[in-house]
Design a protein around this ligand. Structure first.
Ligand SMILES: Nc1ncnc2c1ncn2[C@@H]1O[C@H](COP(=O)(O)OP(=O)(O)OP(=O)(O)O)[C@@H](O)[C@H]1O
Ligand code: SF4
Ligand SMILES: [Mg+2]
Length: 393
């Protein structure tokens, strides 16, 4: 179990230092036999878009070759630009979305080899998901009491009286006054709605909660409250948490480990307290340089060109069209997990950032190799192929 974490006291980058437990313990916990809670092995998700020719519709490579594991009680943050596959990874992990190929296991058992009823029971009881926008995630016609009671009814948990008790317990767990039990979602504030969504995710006592941008649709003033609630619950209930957010500094502070994704691939997995200055993948360094801490502001690492389309990922390393270290090998060969990786810090790069190289020096290095039109990451427009008409595979 993680050590107690500090509470989040402001939104965004004002979050105080170190909310997570000692990151270095993670590899051992992950590797220790029997401690794995959920895992993806070589998971791919390929969608077919409506764009392209009549018989050759474009493929969208939403997730490619993902290998991911999470241990009980661990918090893993997922970062990357819009469209890089964060939500896809999250949905595949909790069995909401079936991967096109690869395996998803929960407590060592292959989810998609189970019969549908068993899979639904395993996923329903073992995992909970909190989505970005509570106003669309909750049934607007049902009062809070019924929203929380639903999963208990579906999974036949306890007697009717015990279910009523559980609803009350859940409301108090997430700090919702009992008087709101008969309120409809539309009568609640955004923060209250997200509390209901969190309570619903916890209804069946899951071991794993996946929170996909749980605060980005909320008012800035309530974001810290919801983050604190998630952290409190994680510790009180011993939950494993996968936390997806664009607010990468908050992700870093909340997590034990941080996963960086780029164009559908996991390109680095690093202990959270090493990710800012000791990450080895150029993209992770560029990403974190774009939102530096307040104490030591620096210019972001400049990158060249837009994010390529997920329908036509570049040959070789997907980051090579923007990477200041790219060469011919990068254009030809997809990097394997680098030999210099350790069990707790893995990265895929032919020419990783030298160990201990400060970000300031990388800014200068990238600027020296960049043409004048190079832009900082935050300024780069990100194409979103979801705007194209599409359908499920
Ligand atoms: N049903 C679908 N059909 C076609 N393409 C899809 C579908 N769902 C997702 N995609 C595409 O898959 C890629 C990954 O999408 P995903 O939603 O996982 O990204 P994300 O990192 O969560 O983005 P954001 O930060 O904007 O939420 C994107 O290119 C997206 O357009
Ligand atoms: S493999 Fe090459 S292009 Fe990809 S991140 Fe490493 S140096 Fe850059
Ligand atoms: Mg998403």
């Amino acid at each position: 179990m993680s050590e107690p974490t500090e509470r989040v006291s402001g939104e965004g980058h004002e979050v105080p230092e170190r909310l997570s437990s000692a990151g270095h313990e993670v590899p051992e916990r992950i590797n220790s036999a029997g401690r794995e809670l959920a895992a993806l092995t070589d998971a791919h998700v390929v969608h077919r878009a409506r764009s392209g020719g009549l018989f050759t519709r474009d493929r969208v490579y939403a997730l490619t070759g993902a290998a991911f594991r999470i241990a009980p009680g661990e918090t893993v943050g997922v970062v990357g630009e819009s469209g890089c596959g964060k939500s896809t990874l999250a949905k595949v992990l909790v069995g909401v979305q079936r991967p096109t190929s690869g395996t998803v296991s929960f407590r060592g058992r292959d989810l998609w080899a189970m019969k549908p009823a068993e899979r639904r029971a395993t996923v329903g009881r073992g995992t909970g998901m909190v989505f970005q926008d509570p106003s669309t995630a909750l049934n607007r016609r049902l009062p809070v009491r019924q929203i929380l009671r639903d999963p208990l009814d579906v999974h036949r948990r306890g007697t009717p009286t015990e279910r009523d008790d559980r609803v009350r317990e859940l409301m108090s767990l997430v700090g919702l006054p009992g008087a709101l039990a008969d309120a409809l979602p539309g009568q609640l504030s955004g923060g209250q709605r997200q509390r209901v969504a969190i309570a619903r995710a916890l209804a069946l006592d899951p071991d794993l909660v996946v929170a996909d941008e749980p605060t980005s649709a909320l008012d800035v003033s309530v974001r810290a409250q919801i983050l604190n609630l998630l952290l409190d619950l994680k510790e009180r209930l011993g939950l494993a948490l996968v936390f997806v957010s664009h607010d990468i500094q908050t992700v870093r502070r909340m997590s034990d480990r941080v996963i960086t994704m780029y164009l559908g691939r996991i390109v680095e997995e690093s202990p959270a307290d090493e990710v800012t200055e000791r990450a080895r993948h150029p993209y992770t360094r560029a990403l974190f340089s774009a939102t530096p801490g307040l104490l030591d502001p620096i210019d972001p690492i400049p990158l060249v060109g837009p994010v390529p389309s997920a329908t036509r990922p570049p040959s070789g390393c997907p980051f090579r069209t923007r990477c200041w270290k790219a060469d011919d090998v990068c254009a030809e060969v997809m990097p394997d997990v680098a030999a210099a990786s350790t069990p707790g810090h893995r990265f895929r790069c032919h020419h990783p950032v030298e160990e201990g190289r400060p970000t300031r020096e990388l800014v200068a290095q990238a600027a020296a190799s960049a043409p004048p039109e190079a832009t900082a990451m935050a300024d780069v427009p990100v194409p979103d192929v979801r705007k194209e008409p599409r359908e499920h595979p």
